[in-house]
Each structure stands twice: as C-alpha cells, then as structure tokens.
Write a protein that binds this ligand. Structure first.
Ligand code: FAD
Length: 489
C-alpha cells in the first residue's frame, strides 16, 4: 500500500518506469535520492576553492535537477527525501521509517551499481520489504536483442538492424506517472530535513545552468530547440563549430529526459523520410548498444580490453609518457584542433563527438598513451560521463573494442581539422591566440611561414606550443606498436 521510489539516474517525474509502477500499485508514494558518498568522496580529491569546496559540474547539475523535482513534489503535497551517505544504509533506513512495503527503482547496468542493488535488496528483505526494479533508461536491454543463434551482438550494424526490426509501438509507450489526489504524501516530520545544500557535501555552485539548463525543464528546452533542426542533423553533426548536434547527452545521462520520448520523436520523423532523424536515431541506438555490451561483459568495468590481445600492447611509460599526457590534458600538444577540443572539455565539461574521436585517436595513436588514461580523464571531466559509452568510445578509438575501427586506420589530426573545421572557427573560439592565422595555416601553425606568424603576432614556443610529436613518425611507431595484435584484426 505504501511505496518508496529510489531515484538514481532517472531524475524525472514523467514517463519513469519505477515511479509509474509505484503509483499504480500503492496508495502513498515517497521519493528519495541518495548522494552516494562512495561515488562523491573520490571526486572531492584534488584542487579545492578558497572555501575548501570542490568544483564539479555534474554534482551541481544533479543537485539542481533534484531541487526542481522537490519543488514539483511540494506543489503536490509531497517532497523529495535527499540524503548524503551510503545507499545501502540510507535506503533501508528511510524505507523502514516510512513503513513502506516496497522499494521501486530502475535498472542500472554498471557492475558496481548492481552489487549495491543486491546488497540493498538483501537488507530490505530482512526488514520484510520488497525490492522491485524495472527497465527504464534504454529501449532494449541485456539480452533482448540477440543474433539468430541467440548470442549477444558485438557488431553494431546488425544489432541496429535487429533493434529496428524488433521495435514496436509498445516499446516506446510512455509510463503513466500521473498521481492521484494525495498520492504524493507529505514527508513525515522526522525525515523532512531542510533540502541538503551543495556546500554541506563539500561542493560549490559551478554556474553550469548558464549554458546547460538542468532538469526535465532544461532538457525540454534543448529538445525543442534540437527538434527544429533535427532534419539537418546529418549535414551539421560532424562540424564542431556548428550547432548541429542535440547537446542532450547530459540530460539523458541523468534521466532528466525519457529515452522513449526521444526515440518516439526520432522514429516518427524517420518514417516520414527524415534523414537527419534516421541518423540521430542510430546514435541513440549506439547508446543502447554500449549499455547492452557492458551488461553482458561486466569485465569491461575492470579496465580490460574487449579484445584480450590488445592488452599485450606496450604503451609509452615513465616520465616521458606523463609529460605527453599532461600536454594532452592541458591542450598544449601544438595540434590546434586537439588543443581546442581539450579546452572545450576543460572549460565546459562537453566535447563534440567528432573531437572525442580525434583526441582519443591522438592520445593513443600519436602519443602512444594507454587509452585507459584518456578514459579516466574523460570520466573525471565529461558532464555526460557514462561508463558504457565512454569505455566503448575509447576502445573504439584504440581499436581494442567491439566493432572498433581497425588499428591501421589512424586519424590524421591535420586533415581532420581541415575537413571538419575548415575555416578554423572552432579553433579560434578556444585558442584566441591563433585568431589571426589564415584558414589555411591554422590547422598546423608550424607550417606557416615566418612572415605570417609574425604578422599574426605568434611566436611558437611562446604563444603556442611546437607540435609535441610528428604525426608521420608517430603513425609508423603505432603500426609497430600494434603489430603484436596484427593477427587477430
Ligand atoms: P548527439 O549527436 O545529439 O547524439 C544524441 C545522443 O545519442 C547522445 O546524447 C548520446 O546519448 C547518444 N550517442 C551519440 N553518439 C554516441 C556514441 N558514439 N555512443 C553512445 N551513445 C551515443 N557519450 C556519452 O553519453 N557519455 C560518454 O562518457 C561518452 N564518452 C565518449 C568517449 C569517446 C572517446 C567517444 C568517441 C565518444 C563518447 N561518447 C560518450 C559518445 C558521444 O561522443 C556523445 O554521446 C555525444 O558527443 C554527446 O553529444 P550530443 O548529445 O550532442 O550527441
């Protein structure tokens, strides 16, 4: 009769599978979110501001999303229970205090989250409380899309074809989350603490809302904007200087928008012949694909290559490697597109997909640095960090993953720049010191003549670094480095 909905990465009050089931099956429903100290404590390491607080855009973004949910629930007579602690302690405690019969939540596909959920389930059962979980953040999960011989796919295109063939209207139907009068019950006094502040958890406001409006409201604004451009997605999506993509990844990451809603929009337009919508839907299917891969290969969360042979590669090491890696992190490689991309990541927490591919290829195949270093840096800095897609993306770029690019396909950072930022607009946005270079030389400033550099007011090594590696030499070195895996590719 009474239920608790435990929100995690589904921060919305509409079309939410767990919430819908709770509302359907219970007279009174409460909602809770736990800022997990096991996840947050490691984030608190490193540089702090003058008040001793940590700048983390994601924690701020989640916090603002939760505030929206709390405001909405308060208007219906309820409220959101927010705690800072271990979910394995908080959830059973809150459930017991509320006297609920069931805790409802949505599936997660990360191994550590699954272990946590198993523990919570066991602890709840000792209290006589049920734990019910639902598919919510993907259209098809785990083993729902299989090959003809009932095995899990590891190649994207046949997976996608099967995914599209399997899709039915019911898979996209929204879960009804309209509460009945009084169903959102007030939080009992004992549990109704003042809304937790960011500062009390050790974090500071980051201003992320000025360019990424949080919550379902912010997500809807971005979605409406994107839907007015979706038909041109295939034209602009590869050009980072253009507003060609949706920028919805962070809202999706935290479930502020429903994947079913997005797929519905894309699929409907695909059926009426929109090429942009067709390609965009394919990107959403990549997201399902990587969740499916992680769910079926949990070992990927331990840092191993999808193709085991690739763990024989010997990467650069020692002080030399650390220096190269640091230059990459700080956007000081001397390759403007790579550097501009890293500045975009460091300044905003976002990086365009084309650039993620370029910088990942550069790190692994130009600098010879282990992809796991890059994966970890992205995990720390991306607002939309998603273990499954991040690992998939990095292993794709390093050629060690499922359906990865062949190891001998090595991006040339200069031609990528000439092709996808031909005017140098994106580069100029993040590297203003190169502003005055022509669109011809901005992609490789060291190739500019003395006169042009002088006219642009640039001294290489002072205003902008010399390239830290020579691409052609690096390419040759990489082919040798990867020769240990030649036979399996
Ligand atoms: P759009 O082009 O508008 O795409 C719409 C949505 O489709 C995205 O929001 C995302 O949910 C999904 N999507 C698009 N491309 C991919 C893809 N290749 N794989 C999986 N899902 C995709 N995406 C993340 O969400 N989190 C990550 O941590 C992440 N790390 C990446 C690391 C590398 C090295 C690479 C190459 C890619 C990574 N991606 C990741 C995928 C992709 O770059 C981002 O999803 C995309 O840039 C987000 O911007 P958008 O929302 O404007 O994308």
């Amino acid at each position: 009769e009474k239920a608790l909905v435990w929100l995690r990465r589904d921060l919305r009050l509409y079309d939410n599978a767990a919430l819908s089931h709770a509302l359907r099956e219970s007279k009174q429903v409460w909602l809770a979110f736990v800022f997990d100290t096991d996840i947050l404590q490691p984030l608190l390491k490193g540089e702090l501001d003058s008040k001793g607080l940590k700048h983390d855009r994601r924690v701020d973004f989640i916090w603002q999303g939760l505030k929206q949910i709390d405001d909405q629930l308060r208007q219906s007579g309820g409220g959101l229970i927010v705690r800072f602690g271990k979910p394995t302690e908080c959830i059973p405690q809150i459930a017991k205090e509320l006297g609920v019969q069931t805790v409802f939540t949505n599936h997660d596909y990360e191994p550590s989250a699954n272990d946590r959920d198993e523990t919570v389930k066991t602890l709840l059962s000792k209290l006589g409380i049920e734990f019910e979980t639902f598919k919510d953040q993907v259209i098809f999960e785990k083993k729902e899309i299989l090959t003809n011989s009932n095995t899990v796919f590891s190649v994207f295109t046949p997976y996608k074809n099967n995914w599209l063939k399997t899709l039915q209207e019911k898979d996209l139907a929204a879960h009804d989350c309209n509460p009945k009068q009084g169903q959102y019950a007030p939080i009992p006094k004992k549990l109704d603490l003042p809304f937790l502040s960011l500062e009390s958890m050790g974090f500071c406001p980051t201003g992320i809302e000025s360019y990424l409006p949080p919550g379902s409201e912010g997500g809807q604004l971005f979605l409406d904007d994107f839907l007015s451009r979706i038909d041109q997605y295939q034209v602009g999506r590869d050009f980072p200087a253009i507003k060609g993509v949706s920028y919805l990844s962070t809202h999706l990451r935290f479930g502020m928008l429903s994947i079913r809603g997005l797929v519905r929009e894309a699929h409907r337009r695909m059926l009426t012949g929109s090429m942009g919508a067709t390609i965009w839907l394919s990107e959403l299917i990549w997201r399902d694909f990587y969740f499916m891969i992680l769910a079926n290969h949990p070992r990927l969360a331990t840092g191993v290559s999808f193709k085991p042979d690739y763990d024989n590669i010997i990467w650069e090491s020692g002080a030399h490697a650390k220096k190269l890696f640091q230059a990459w992190c700080e956007g000081k490689t001397g390759y403007p597109l790579v550097d501009a991309a890293m500045h975009q990541l460091n300044q905003t927490g976002y990086m365009h997909n084309r650039l993620r591919m370029v910088v990942a290829s550069f790190l692994t195949k130009d600098l010879g640095i282990d992809w796991r270093w890059g994966e970890a840096y992205f995990a720390e800095h991306l607002n939309d960090f998603e273990l499954s897609s991040n690992n998939g993306g990095w292993q794709w770029a390093s050629s060690s993953g499922c359906d990865a690019q062949p190891y001998f396909r090595i991006f040339n950072p200069i031609t990528q720049s000439e092709k996808f930022d031909s005017e140098g607009k994106f580069i100029r946005r993040y590297l203003p010191q190169l502003e005055k270079l022509s669109k011809k030389t901005i992609h490789a400033p060291w190739q500019a003549g003395h006169i042009e550099l002088e006219a642009a007011g640039i001294v290489l090594g002072r205003d902008y670094p010399h390239p830290i590696v020579d691409h052609d030499e690096a390419r040759k070195k990489t082919l040798v480095r990867y020769s240990v895996v030649k036979k399996v590719t």
